[in-house]
Design a protein around this ligand. Structure first.
Ligand SMILES: Cc1ncc(COP(=O)(O)O)c(C=O)c1O
Length: 452
């Protein structure tokens, strides 16, 4: 090893050409740089991998598989409904981490619950009983009136668990062929093989076949197709009462009523995917409560862990003893920190009456959006359920997402031509008005640019 002074001397010494020529750099794994004099190591510098690449789109392309179309923004923190980037720009977040951040950013009760639990116990596994899991399970059973809970980590895992439970439950009927699991066209249930096999859109499925056998799809809200497709072979029908990725479409009451009648006839399970619409977003804790879907299994995720990975399957008496020891499980599912966050999140929703707030704020947003629709021909339709809002526009919604971002508003596109809004449930009217004003400006500017 050489001192810094000698090192500088070696490098600066043009006159010492011979010495200089023997100095070489050696890169190992792009992380360790070694300066050699002949075979002697002069200096070894380990690059700090945290700082080695700037957080830019260019680095993102280098580091990651190319499966996310990320915004060209590096965010560092959040405050309330505002997301703040590394250059200090404040963005009004109307998508809330894709429907996760029900309380926005930095809710003190949530942060306190997470840090208190983290100081006590971060992980122990389901080899043990843990108080936060018990408390959250009790809350979910009280809210749903159902009987049993299974915790997992993500939405797609909850769906996988529900598929497995449905098939295992159906086997008991004695009919070996009662394996069929159905979903509705235009739906989204996740990206693992079972959930993906129930998912409608080609873009999520193409190239990944063969999919799970024994799955099929019923046309959304088409009662005749429902009657055609379900049979004694059906183990379960998966529904999103309000389709999220599908563009914010609500299942019809007659469709639900017929589905329930057919369940009586053929004895299958109704599984409500509440992953996006659940936890109060639509004004009720579960969106199926709007149509009295009376599900046998309910899947929750997204906001459930207050921003930490957590999902749940909740089941009624019919399925209460479907699993036996070792049948199903996950190392991290029901992590105590995530459960503590979930309890704090639900308590805050109740304390702050956020379901009522979501309903009222959503309704007032709808009124304002209808006014925009009357003035801007780009808006074709508005569908609003609490703070789950879809605006169908007459071109690719991506265009408006980019324009909104330029105005420091984060919105999102789904189903090609639908602008989706899923703001934090505690957003104020003044804050929603900022989004409405920005959209108004964007539509006005677009029309003005066309007429030039
Ligand atoms: C209705 C619905 N189901 C399932 C999922 C999958 O959840 P995750 O991304 O947590 O696996 C999503 C995610 O967007 C969803 O909206």
């Amino acid at each position: 090893m050489v001192s810094g002074g000698l090192f500088a001397f070696l490098l600066s010494g043009k006159k010492h050409k011979k010495i200089f020529e023997r100095i070489t750099f050696h890169h190992y794994n792009q992380k360790v740089v070694t300066l050699l004099f002949g075979n002697t190591i002069l200096l070894r510098n380990k690059k700090n991998s945290m700082n080695s690449l700037p957080v830019t789109q260019e680095s993102e392309q280098k580091l990651f598989f190319h499966n996310y179309a990320r915004f060209p923004i590096a965010v560092t923190h959040g405050e309330g409904v505002w997301l703040i980037s590394d250059n200090g720009t404040r963005y009004l977040d109307m998508i809330a981490g894709i429907g996760v951040n029900a309380l926005g950013y930095g809710d003190k009760r949530l942060v306190q619950a997470i840090s208190t639990q983290a100081a006590k116990l971060i992980h122990a596994s389901n080899l043990f009983m843990m108080q936060p899991q018990f408390e959250l399970a009790e809350k979910l059973l009280t809210l749903s009136g159902l009987s049993k809970v299974f915790f997992a980590n993500s939405g797609t895992e909850a769906i996988e668990a529900a598929i497995k439970m449905a098939r295992k439950w159906a086997v008991r009927s004695g009919d070996e062929n009662k394996k069929e699991v159905l979903s509705l066209s235009n739906c989204f249930h996740g990206r693992t093989y079972g959930a993906m096999s129930l998912t409608a859109k080609a873009k999520y499925v193409d190239g990944f076949d063969p999919l799970l056998p024994g799955t099929g799809m019923i046309d959304f809200n088409d009662i005749a197709d429902l009657e055609n497709k379900v049979s004694a072979k059906t183990a379960a029908v998966f529904i999103e009462v309000i389709q999220g990725e599908g563009g914010i479409h609500r299942i019809s009451q007659p469709f639900i009523d017929r589905l329930k009648e057919l369940r009586l006839q053929y004895n299958f399970l109704i599984v409500a995917d509440e992953i996006q619409a659940g936890c109060g977003r639509t004004g009720k804790f579960f969106s199926y409560m709007h149509v009295d879907a009376d599900p046998d299994l309910v899947c929750l995720a997204k906001p459930l862990g207050g921003g930490l990975p957590l999902s749940a399957v909740i089941g009624n008496e019919k399925v209460a003893d479907v699993l036996s020891y070792g049948n199903h499980g996950t190392t991290f599912g029901g992590n105590p920190v995530a459960c503590a966050a979930g309890i704090a999140m639900i308590n805050a929703i109740e304390e702050d009456q956020l379901m009522q707030h979501a309903e009222e704020t959503g309704t007032s947003m709808n009124e304002e959006l209808q006014k925009l629709a009357a003035r801007h021909s780009q808006i074709l339709e508005i569908r609003q359920y609490g703070l789950m809002i879809g605006i169908t526009v007459n071109k690719e919604a991506k265009y408006y997402v980019e324009k909104a971002l330029q105005k420091h508003i984060v919105i999102n596109a789904t189903s090609q031509n639908v602008i989706r809004l899923l703001p934090p449930l505690n957003i104020t009217r003044e804050e929603t008005q900022k989004c409405i004003t920005a959209l108004d400006e964007i539509f006005t500017e677009e029309t003005a640019a066309k007429s030039c």
